[in-house]
Write a protein that binds this ligand. Structure first.
Ligand SMILES: [Zn+2]
Length: 249
């Protein structure tokens, strides 16, 4: 019997046109696990010692800015210190070799860009980026803020440019993601639990549009039953093996 990586390479190879693959990669928290990133959402997340709704809502930020910014500044330091793992590197290689054109990520850690991915759609935002609560001006932190809470030139407080609890996802990025999910030939789903909508819907939209779906994940999820190939295992091990063999064929 052929192993799953061989099957996945065969599916991908059958879709190549002039050595190019038209594909997107969708990533979730599992992709960054090997980088020891505290996840923003989820039980084992950065917020675990806090009541999620007390720290991850806009109300909380406005009510208790010093306490929350003190805690959040630590998170920014962790993110700035973190490094991409082999899964991020493999995804960047896919794009560099024109085997994928888009990375749609639910992670807010910026590790895809650190690994060299260029076209990244951060649908949950970025933890090192902030925006003014009044004038919406954005800024990227390259070190944790010295002033707590950090303020915009207009005098109002900055908030993280991430999607907080109960907030809407950026509609332009979501629309673009759904368009991509329908128009490519291959969807590569990596380390996502398939629980957070609307990102979790993307593989289903792809499948319905006739797009082939590869799922790289440690555990079975709702996506594995629609997968053309489910490659079970740690994505920082399986994905580099897949990309290496895809490059040879
Ligand atoms: Zn401002």
């Amino acid at each position: 019997m052929k192993d799953e990586i061989t099957l996945a390479v065969e599916v991908a190879n059958s879709l190549k046109k002039k050595d190019k693959l038209h594909a997107y990669v969708l990533t979730g928290a599992g992709t960054s696990r090997a980088s020891n990133i505290p996840t923003f959402r989820g039980e084992d997340g950065l917020w675990e010692k806090y009541n999620f709704e007390e720290v991850a809502t806009l109300n909380a930020w406005l009510k208790n800015p010093v306490k929350i910014w003190t805690f959040y500044a630590e998170g920014i330091q962790l993110i700035l210190d973190s490094k991409p793992n082999p899964a991020h590197n493999a995804i960047a290689e896919l794009e560099a070799k024109n085997f994928c054109q888009y990375v749609i990520t639910q992670n807010a850690d910026g590790l895809h860009q650190k690994a060299g991915s260029k076209n990244v759609l951060e649908i949950h935002g970025n933890l090192t980026r902030v925006r003014c609560t009044k004038c919406n001006k954005k800024q990227v932190f390259t070190e944790p803020p010295k002033e707590i809470p950090p303020k915009c030139q207009c005098g109002s407080m900055y908030r993280p440019d991430v999607v907080l609890f109960n907030e809407q996802l950026p509609s332009d990025l979501i629309t673009k993601s759904f368009d991509i999910a329908k128009k490519v030939d291959l969807a590569i789903i990596v380390g996502t639990s398939a629980e957070v909508v609307p990102a979790a819907t993307l593989p289903f939209v792809s499948k319905e549009s006739g797009v082939k779906v590869l799922v790289f994940n440690k555990e079975k999820t709702d996506h594995t039953r629609i997968a053309d190939v489910f490659i079970q295992g740690k994505c920082e091990e399986t994905l580099p093996a897949f990309v290496e063999r895809l490059s040879k064929n």
